[in-house]
Design a binder for this molecule. Structure first.
Ligand code: ATP
Ligand code: MG
Length: 158
């Protein structure tokens, strides 16, 4: 669990693979997934455990689809920070109440139990996401967007 198998890889290609894998689910919710700046998005290399970061992106993308609004959009952006890369996963769904923001990474924490139960999760996804990012020596944070929706940001070694 604590051992990382790190290598250099293109995080943009990984995000494209995952976006393709969740496409059916996204379409069912009429949610569009946008990866970087589209076709002109250049590769972005990180040094990390590709499988573990794949789980992180899968969790964040799946959440944005499950809790996003019908007809909405999820955007994944890559920000060059010299020795780090910041990956941003933003949706335009309902977001979460400000008072719950500090709690989203807690194990078994779920906002609006009745609505969440319909979606059938356990509340472990974000706890696992945070663990994986911290294990890589990265940071992760979350905030509500000004225009509505939730935005997760995490960093990895460039
Ligand atoms: P699991 O991921 O274990 O299947 P889960 O999705 O309920 O279950 P988390 O991924 O840890 O658990 O998310 C915790 C809670 O945070 C969710 O139940 C949901 O209420 C809220 N949440 C997570 N992502 C979003 C999002 N993009 N928009 C709105 N609410 C969200
Ligand atoms: Mg989840």
């Amino acid at each position: 669990m604590l051992v990382l198998d790190q290598e250099r890889f293109d995080i943009v290609a990984l995000v494209h693979e995952i976006a393709d894998a969740v496409e059916m689910e996204a379409t069912a919710h009429r949610i569009t997934v946008k990866v970087g700046s589209g076709v002109s998005q250049p590769p972005v290399y990180v040094f990390a455990d590709r499988r573990r970061i794949g789980q992180v992106v899968t969790n964040l993308l799946t959440n944005s689809i499950k809790y996003g609004r019908e007809g909405g959009c999820t955007t994944i952006s890559f920000i060059d920070m010299f020795d780090r890369v910041m990956i941003e996963v933003a949706d335009n769904g309902v977001g979460i109440a400000e008072k719950n923001i500090p709690r989203v990474f807690e194990r078994f924490f779920r906002v609006d139990k009745s609505r969440s139960r319909e979606q059938g999760g356990t509340g472990l996804g974000l706890a696992i996401v945070k663990n994986a990012v911290i294990l890589h020596g990265g940071t992760i944070s979350v905030h509500n967007n000004d225009g509505g929706g939730l935005c997760f940001e995490f960093t990895l070694r460039a």
